[in-house]
Each structure stands twice: as C-alpha cells, then as structure tokens.
Design a protein around this ligand. Structure first.
Ligand SMILES: Nc1ncnc2c1ncn2[C@@H]1O[C@H](COP(=O)(O)OP(=O)(O)O)[C@@H](O)[C@H]1O
Ligand SMILES: [Mg+2]
Length: 354
C-alpha cells in the first residue's frame, strides 16, 4: 500500500500541516523535539492501533486546543481511499467518509509496521515482550488466534488458582483435568500458529540481516517451545506436584521464546547495541515481508530514530535498499540525507515543514 498525503490539525505540536509523500523513501529530518515522531505517530494511528509511545488519546491534542484531526489519502490494493481520525473526548475514525464503529476497524484497511527505539527491548528484555510481539503480529493476520489465546490464558489462570489447593484436596484434580484439557487443545493451536508464523518470518530474517550487516554477519532465529504440543498432556500432569508449590503453571506456550544467534552467538547475551538494534529492526522488516506474503500488499514502513547507533553500512542499507515498499524514516543528522539516492526529504522545525 501507499500513502499519498497526510494532513494534520492541532496534532500534538503541529498546528496545520499538509504533506505529499514520495512513493518510496521519505526522510523526515530535524533537530530534537521538532515534531518528527509526531508525524510518524499520526501515520501509525491510521492502522487502528494504539500509539507506539503508549500515549493516551488526550495527549494527541495540541495543548490548549479541544480537538485534533488527521487525514490521509492512501492506495490499498490499487484502490484510492480516504481516512480521517477526529480526536476529542473520543477517537472517531472515518473510512471513505463512513464513520467506523471503532477506530480499531481501520486495521486491515491501512497496514503499517513501526520501529521505534523502545523496540530494542524486543531483543534486550525477557521473553514476555517477544511473545507479546508474536501474538500481536499473528493476531493481525489471523483474528481467530486472538480468541484461542484468550481461551488459553484463561485456562492457565484458572489452573493457577486451583493448583494451590491440590495439596489439601485431591478432589480438585477433576477441575485440573478440565482446565488442562483446554490448555492442551488451545495450547497446541497456539504452538501451531507460532510455528507457522515464525516459519514464514525465517524465510526473510537471514537475508535482511545479512544485508543490514553488509554481509558480515549471519543470523539464525529459533522458536524455543517450552513444550512440544504432543507432550503437553503428559508434562502438565507430571508437573502438578511441583506447580502446586509455586502456584504457577510451568508448562505450555505461555513460556515460549524466540532466540536470535549472530554468527552462532546469542544476541541477547552477547550482542553489541548496534547488533541488537539490527536484530529488532530485522524482525520488523521481516514482519512486513510476511504481511506482504499473506495479504498481497506491503505495509508502509515507519522507522523512528533508527539511524542512531548504526554504522554507515547499516544506514546505507536502510536508506537505499528497502525497496518495493514505502518508508518513512526520521533522523537528526542531515548528513544521513546526503546519501539518499532516491526519495523525498522533509525538514521539520517547530511543528512545521520547511
Ligand atoms: N499535545 C501536545 N501539544 C503541544 N505540543 C506537544 C504535544 N505533545 C507533544 N508535544 C511537543 O512535541 C514535541 C516533540 O515532538 P516529537 O515529534 O516527539 O519530536 P522529535 O522531532 O524529536 O521526534 C515536544 O516539543 C513536545 O513538547
Ligand atoms: Mg522523535
């Protein structure tokens, strides 16, 4: 898909702004706190998701104003569309002049991926963030998955509640059987979805990472299942005694992880800052490839502050080798833009483009 234009009114520090974009690379350049990320954020909100900055809706409205408005014209599957979002007490979204029941319904009509500095935690932090990332990515493509995941998590919570009573009252084992049956059936589906998704992701990760590192490094990403689907039943029963002391369910896909190895060495434990950033970025860029493979359309690619901490090889790859799909990238250093071969540069100052 492609975004033709963006219009902002009272959106954060941007009073009035109308931009026409390049169909390839768009670089948004400027000093700190000028409004670069605000532009990226405004684009992202058309995907129907929450802000990647974890902001409340009220924070989108310019200080001292009562409402904000964002508009875009974009092309999806060859068809031109308009979307509008009004921010006042509530966020209200319109697609082709029609009011949507919820802004979340923009999802599937306007596809985007975003990379922001906080995504580094995907590599540096514990497995919970990686699972959440996976679950959201899979849920975007297969809405069924969200339901399965909910049923699964509910069954795990219920098992956790009751497992503690197991040592006093063995009759609760009947209840445990019920919850474990749900854990086994939903858990197996979750594992299947994740294996399938990571399988497609892994078709793209090595090539993108290789490009980013100028061919100097190789990456391998592995799905680490806590327990294979076929063994869930046996392992859950086996762990009942142990789990009753901790009060938590130690077996199942809520304990899964993805591991990244660079040239055979674990990236989370030993990677440099730049390598970790490259891994997180690779993950996001590969996600775009998966979306393309499944929906037939590339999402737009929003890269916020990705240039810092990357060497020139990596920066050049981003600037000139992300082909076939429209990208928006913010940076502070104007020298970044000198190396841009094709595309459009926007210089942002005090909420205006000069
Ligand atoms: N609701 C708001 N009203 C007015 N200004 C805002 C609002 N929210 C954020 N800002 C301002 O926007 C600026 C930050 O913009 P941002 O896009 O994050 O900067 P950068 O160019 O560094 O990416 C800050 O100066 C901040 O005070
Ligand atoms: Mg910023």
């Amino acid at each position: 898909m492609r975004v033709n234009s963006l219009t902002l009114k009272n959106f954060r520090n941007i009073k009035n702004l109308s931009l026409q974009f390049d169909e390839g690379m768009n670089v948004i350049c400027g000093e700190n706190a000028q409004g670069k990320t605000n532009i990226i954020e405004a684009l992202w909100l058309f995907s129907g998701a929450k802000s990647f900055r974890n902001s409340k809706d009220s924070s989108f409205i310019m200080f001292g104003e009562e409402r904000a408005e964002t508009k875009t014209e974009f092309v999806f599957a060859g068809v031109k569309n308009d979307a509008k979002i009004e921010f006042a007490e509530k966020r209200i979204a319109f697609l082709n002049e029609k009011k949507l029941a919820s802004p979340a319904n923009l999802a599937g009509n306007f596809n985007a991926i975003v990379f922001s500095p906080s995504d580094l935690s995907l590599v540096t932090d514990g497995p919970a963030g990686r699972r959440k990332y996976l679950d959201i990515a899979i849920g975007q493509l297969y809405p069924n998955y969200i339901e399965i995941l909910k049923n699964y998590m509910r069954a795990v919570t219920q098992r956790n509640q009751i497992i503690k009573d197991y040592k006093y009252d063995s009759t609760v084992s009947v209840m445990l059987d019920v919850f474990e049956t749900e854990i086994i059936s939903s858990g197996a589906k979750i594992i299947e979805y994740r294996e399938k998704y990571i399988g497609i992701l892994n078709k793209h990760i090595p090539e993108i990472y290789k490009g980013l590192s100028g061919g100097r490094e190789e990456i391998k990403s592995v799905y680490v299942t806590n327990c294979p689907a076929i063994m869930l039943e046996e392992r859950l029963k086996e762990k009942r005694r142990e789990d009753m002391f901790t009060g938590v369910t130690s077996v199942g896909p809520h304990r899964d992880d993805i591991e990244f190895n660079i040239n055979g060495i674990n990236a989370r434990a030993y990677g440099s800052q730049g390598q970790k950033r490259s891994v997180a970025l690779t993950l996001k860029l590969s996600q775009a490839e998966v979306i393309k493979e499944i929906t037939g359309e590339y999402p737009i690619c929003l890269l916020d502050d990705v240039m810092s901490e990357l060497d020139v090889i990596r920066q050049n790859y981003i600037l000139n080798h992300i082909k076939n799909w429209q990208s928006f990238i913010t940076c502070c250093d104007p020298s970044n833009t000198e190396r841009l071969k094709e595309g459009k540069i926007f210089t942002v100052s005090k909420g205006e483009v000069i």
